[in-house]
Design a protein around this ligand. Sequence first.
Ligand SMILES: Cc1cc2nc3c(=O)[nH]c(=O)nc-3n(C[C@H](O)[C@H](O)[C@H](O)COP(=O)(O)OP(=O)(O)OC[C@H]3O[C@@H](n4cnc5c(N)ncnc54)[C@H](O)[C@@H]3O)c2cc1C
Length: 370
Amino acid sequence: MTQGTDYDIAIIGAGAAGLSVAYFLSEDARVVVLEAESQPAYHSSGRSAAMYIEGYENQVVRHLTQSGKNFFFAPPAEFSDTPLVTQAGGLTVSGPAEAPKLERYLNTWQPHCPELQPISVTQARDIIPILRTTWLSAAAYDPSWHNIDVHALLQGYQRGIRQNGGEVITDFRTDNIERAGKHWHMRCADRQVSAPILINAAGAWANHIAELARIDTLPLTPLRRTAAIVPAPANCRDWPLLHTISENLYFKPESPGLMVCPQDETPSPAMDAYAHEIDIAQALDTFAQVADFDVKTVTHSWAGLRTFTPDRFPVVGFDKQNNGFFWLAGQGGFGIQTSPGLARLAADLVKHESPQDEVNIVQQISVNRF
Ligand SMILES: Cc1cc2nc3c(=O)[nH]c(=O)nc-3n(C[C@H](O)[C@H](O)[C@H](O)COP(=O)(O)OP(=O)(O)OC[C@H]3O[C@@H](n4cnc5c(N)ncnc54)[C@H](O)[C@@H]3O)c2cc1C
């Protein structure tokens, strides 16, 4: 059976990357998104901490996040019935002998995040009272960190795709890719979809898709990250996200308690990731050092893959072989918050239009750097 072969653009992967770029491209192209699972966002995009943080990772990520800021804070009419972001705040804390790290953090981000300010340990404990006085040495607070309603965001992208005449086909695990003439032909068992442009938005599987298409792979490494929900004081609902300056713990309110994460980055094959006991134990151990609150049980845990390039910039653009194969990969731990900004930029590049972004960012995220 051949399934709708007359598409302009086929996108592999219905996570934040594939859905967002399909949303923008479907405004003036016939777009199809092919998803292996029976629902979109089953992998990384459905397993995130759902944060919007402008002072995060590096200056390229900051730029891409800020370029989608208006989309999050004032989305297009009818995109979502609910706000896409709600204020959370971010508390950065350091333990004994870590104050110089906090100083460097402030020097890096304060020029770009004017609301980020050092605060006293007393103020930090007013915000999160369970912080241990014996551990806490210095702190900074940024009220501009927000929670993202990931469900509303991804639903909005999908609704927009449908309204523009695009399609999202689930249960389509692309297992064969052929280039014939000017078209890419993607097959799943006896079904086939064809288009002259193929966008690789397959997250941790991006190199697998390249191999199927006989395209040189890129230095992309999926890294596992673990999260656990633990019971917490009732009043924790209003706490900001807390993270340690040494990057070995963050926690944030998440129904029915606190989401605790050891900030692990364990290389993994592309797979349906799951939480390993050792990583949960590590999270609880650090939590016990930082917070005076006895955790007796773990309510729920999960893990997801964050896929990085060596420079931790995403990789976006047509492959060097110039045959209509477009990379949209390497969104690491920032693929939700960068999705509107990065997808708009990617859509411009697919259409060979001059991106509104600076040329310099386009070069920094280009495939040609490898
Ligand atoms: C614990 C954790 C916390 C995070 N916190 C944040 C955060 O606070 N803020 C933030 O912005 N980001 C966060 N991230 C990162 C974010 O989740 C990722 O960057 C983002 O989800 C990547 O999106 P994606 O679409 O590239 O990948 P995915 O969501 O994994 O989508 C790729 C899709 O491709 C499909 N696919 C693969 N192979 C095939 C095939 N052969 N055929 C068809 N389909 C295929 C997969 O099934 C999958 O659905 C976090 C991640 C984790 C794990």
